[in-house]
Design a protein around this ligand. Structure first.
Ligand SMILES: *Cc1c(COP(=O)(O)O)cnc(C)c1O
Length: 463
């Protein structure tokens, strides 16, 4: 047994890392519906997405390939729209998770608004014909050119993040005789991640203006007095991959107390409260995110309770899910290039992409689920590590996983839940061209972003 089937056993007990991987799943080919898009299924053993087989997708578009299940993306967008729209709240899709012209169109067609956080994201949204009034603009260092573009396009909400930006925006708006609608990004001292949140000591970061230091209050006073800016509300974003609403509860309470103070001390009632994004998804079986409906109900009841306690009208709420809409709609297909047994510890499976198309494992220690996609196999499970082709030993896509013991070069593997923050963080490290994104739906596929070529890479090189 060179590629051994199971980590248990005396030979491996002393070499396996302390947190050794879980036992292999009962069925190596299972597609857990929480992790995989709704259309994912095995057809004669082969993985199909949106009714299109993995081998056909790989043959048509090459690998690595981002496959985006349009129906899954739209369904998730619609679920948020229904859950929050039903209670008079706004949903902004956070474009930084994944933004292409097709994606922007889906977001608009499903009735959501859209957040952008750079001139580049703004240009994609505008190129897609997204109504500027339904755009929100973020960023802790928006350039003058970005602000001018947002002002002139008529972006609906600009979220200001510093006093320098307030000065800049005020001057640019005055010069143009415009009066943008603005939210102040406040930091509440709450940082949330998955099931844990910390409710103090997180003011030491680059975003927002702190409630605790009085900076947020100074910004609000400054904006209320501005003839060129219309202050409509507050914004708070507490973290990412959050599985419950406890962190939101503390943040909402702090923001509501602040709203009440603005109301009594300054005589101003701010009408909007954007609670940001960060809603979690299942990357691996066992992750259990809340439904949009449960999140909507919790957030509204928290904000209503806190505002009523402060004698305030309840503001219009907004949320900004990115990952929760795009993440589970995306699957990455890779072709296996080498299968290397290392010291009898585990097998390194190298694929034709890596940290240039998925930096999240290297960056955050993210976890993913991966299956053999081109066929099923009855071979014993083999403890594996899915790695890329880059010149870094940290070029890991999935740290610990089990793949069939007869895996071989030429096989296709699929990594689930790569729709968010993979393409959008992709790089050309080692001069790898970035993959294509193919959208699948009802048995058909189309390219929504074509694969880069070496010509594309050389185009910018002036010699
Ligand atoms: C990143 C970000 C989001 C989206 O976060 P997700 O985890 O993708 O939901 C929303 N709002 C702001 C301000 C952000 O920075």
């Amino acid at each position: 047994m060179s590629r051994y089937a199971h980590p248990a056993g005396p030979r491996h007990a002393d070499v396996l890392p302390e947190e050794h991987p879980p036992a292999p799943p009962e069925d190596l080919h299972e597609l857990d519906p929480r992790v995989w898009p709704g259309s994912a299924q095995r057809v004669d053993g082969e993985l199909a997405l949106g009714g299109v087989g993995a081998a056909a997708l790989a043959a048509e578009y090459g690998t690595p390939l981002f496959v985006l299940d349009e129906a899954e993306f739209r369904r998730r967008a619609r679920d948020y729209k229904e859950a929050f729209g039903g209670i008079g709240a706004d949903v902004y899709y956070a474009g930084k998770a994944l933004l292409t012209k097709a994606v922007a169109k889906w977001v608009h067609e499903e009735g959501l608004k859209l957040d952008v956080c750079s001139g580049g994201e703004l240009s994609v949204a505008l190129a897609a014909g997204f109504p500027a009034a339904d755009l929100g603009m973020h960023g802790n260092n928006k350039s003058e050119a970005e602000l001018v573009r947002a002002l002139e396009a008529g972006v609906g909400r600009i979220v200001v993040d510093s006093f320098d930006e307030i000065d800049r925006l005020e001057r640019l708006a005055a010069e143009r005789g415009l009066k943008p609608s603005v939210l102040v990004r406040v930091t509440t001292g709450v940082e949330a991640h998955t099931h844990e949140f910390v409710a103090t000591a997180h003011d030491d970061q680059k975003f927002g203006l702190a409630l605790s230091t009085g900076a947020a209050e100074r910004a609000v006073r400054r904006l209320i007095d501005s003839p060129h800016i219309d202050l409509v509300g507050l914004h708070s974003h507490i973290g990412s991959q959050i599985f419950d609403t406890a962190g939101f509860e503390v943040a909402a309470r702090r923001v509501a107390e602040f709203l009440a103070r603005i109301h009594t001390e300054l005589g101003v009632t701010l009408s909007e409260l954007d609670l940001g994004g960060g809603l979690g998804i299942a990357y691996v079986p066992g992750d259990a995110p809340l439904t949009p409906k449960a999140i909507a109900e919790n957030l509204v009841s928290i904000v209503s309770r806190e505002c009523r306690a402060g004698g305030l009208p309840v503001p219009r709420i907004a949320v900004e899910p990115g990952r929760a809409i795009a993440g589970p709609a995306g699957v990455t297909l890779y072709r296996v290039g080498t299968v290397k047994d290392v010291e009898g510890i585990r097998t390194y499976v190298s694929v034709d992409g890596g940290m240039s198309d998925n930096i999240r494992t290297a960056l955050y220690g993210a976890e993913y689920t991966c299956v053999l996609a081109s066929r099923v196999s009855g071979a014993e499970p083999m403890l594996s590590r899915l790695v890329g082709k880059h010149c870094e030993s940290g070029d890991i896509i999935v740290n610990d996983l089990y793949l069939p013991g007869d895996l071989r070069p030429g096989d296709l593997v699929a990594v689930a839940a790569t729709g968010a923050y993979c393409y959008s963080m992709a790089s050309n490290y080692n001069h790898l061209p970035r993959p294509a994104i193919a959208a699948v739906r009802d048995g058909a596929s189309r390219t929504i972003v074509r694969r880069e070529t070496e010509e594309d890479l050389l185009r910018l090189d002036e010699g």
